[in-house]
Design a protein around this ligand. Structure first.
Ligand code: SF4
Ligand code: SF4
Length: 372
């Protein structure tokens, strides 16, 4: 695992403290969405389809600080939309760093190189750069040619300036695991801290509904990608969560571990689903019927989900909250997961050639339309 010791220690002591206090629900990562507007319109995105008047709205720094002060999680993920389009993003980041929160600023990196000088390197700040694989695959996934090269340039600049950087990849049906493994090599050679990866969630608002994976196919794909690992690969995620993706472990969804706050309020129950909003974190925890979510609930919206906002929290709690889990985490950190069956799987996955790149929506026009 590539997470620095100080961050691991902060998270471990937080989890242990919550368990000793007997807290049933506690937040690990606040998913803070300061805006939904973006400079891209990816085929698998469930966030940028709002009407222009919604895309114009943004959280103020004060609203962001009130959210983190109320929920108290040790980590904050800032997705979107594209956070670097928020005019006060530097003030938001600095305020969170001052609160000693470990921040993952998720960005498509189109603006990263231009704005990087506004940020100060810190152990609390990581740029989590959206990069869905090698050049051809990434440009296809985000529906715009040239974005891979811009993002990689941004990553190199951030690494050069001493920032923590983690490329963040989402994989859909048709992903070639051989290409993903090559992508890992490329990223580690650039000098990123570690890799973050996830299967896509089947947003019903996403423009392309044919690319989402069911659970069995997620496990097969991630087993092919993550078995027989190279020692040079580092992951900025719980090794137990990666084992969950490979089908070696089972966890139930813990949506309260990564509560989501955006311009509408606290989103019920998680970053992915929108079953209403409430005004406070307390209300979210106390009035949500958590039993209605996750696979055992039979909720069809959860049936195929294996996304980190539901399943990484139980892996982290397992890893830091039980001796068996901790030992599994240590073993997972150093194992290469040798698996001859998975090697055969690699040759089974055919490189499915993509059709011509389709621009779902012209981003320039969308920006014009939605600029605040
Ligand atoms: S980069 Fe793509 S997935 Fe991310 S918010 Fe923008 S449109 Fe959505
Ligand atoms: S299973 Fe996925 S969609 Fe359902 S509540 Fe959990 S994280 Fe959200």
């Amino acid at each position: 695992m590539a997470v620095p010791i100080s961050q691991m220690w902060t998270v471990a002591s937080y989890v242990i403290k919550q368990r000793l206090k007997g807290e049933k629900h506690f937040p690990l990562v606040l998913m803070l969405e300061p805006l939904f507007r973006c400079s891209l319109a990816c085929a698998g995105c469930g966030k940028v389809q709002y009407p222009p008047h919604v895309l114009k709205r943004m959280l103020t720094p004060e609203e962001c600080f009130a959210a983190i002060d109320e929920c108290g999680s040790p980590m904050v993920s800032i997705p979107g939309g594209e956070p670097l389009l928020h005019p006060k993003i530097v003030e938001i980041v600095n305020g969170l760093v001052a609160r000693k929160k470990y921040i993952y600023l998720c960005t498509n990196a189109l603006e990263l190189k231009r704005r990087i000088h506004e940020f100060t390197p810190s152990k609390y700040l990581t740029f989590s750069v959206h990069l869905d694989g090698e050049r051809e695959h990434h440009d296809f996934a985000v529906c715009r040619e040239g974005t891979y090269d811009i993002a990689v340039d941004g990553i190199k600049e951030a690494v050069k300036r001493g920032f923590r950087v983690t490329p963040n990849s989402t994989f859909f049906d048709g992903t070639d695991p051989n290409s993903v493994r090559k992508h890992f090599d490329d990223m580690m050679a650039i000098g990123v801290e570690g890799i973050v990866l996830s299967p896509g969630y089947s947003y019903d608002k996403a423009p392309d509904q044919n690319r989402f994976l069911g659970r069995a196919r997620v496990r097969k794909l991630f087993r092919a990608i993550l078995s027989n690992r190279k020692k040079s690969w580092k992951f900025n995620m719980s090794p137990l969560f990666l084992e969950f993706l490979m089908g070696d472990r089972n966890y139930d969804c813990v949506p309260w571990g990564m509560p989501a706050f955006n311009i509408f309020g606290w989103q019920r129950p998680c970053y992915l689903l929108q079953d209403g909003y409430v005004d406070s974190y307390k209300e979210l925890i106390e009035t949500t019927n958590w039993d209605e979510y996750g696979v055992p609930s039979g909720n069809p919206k959860c049936a195929n989900c294996m996304v980190s906002c539901g399943y990484e929290t139980p892996a982290v709690i397992d890893g830091f909250g039980t001796l068996k889990g901790f030992w599994g985490m240590v073993k997972g950190t150093f194992s290469t997961y040798k698996d001859s069956h998975a090697l055969k799987l690699l040759s089974e996955f055919q490189t499915e050639l993509h059709g011509p790149l389709v621009q779902i929506e012209k981003p320039e026009e969308k920006l014009e339309e939605t600029r605040a």
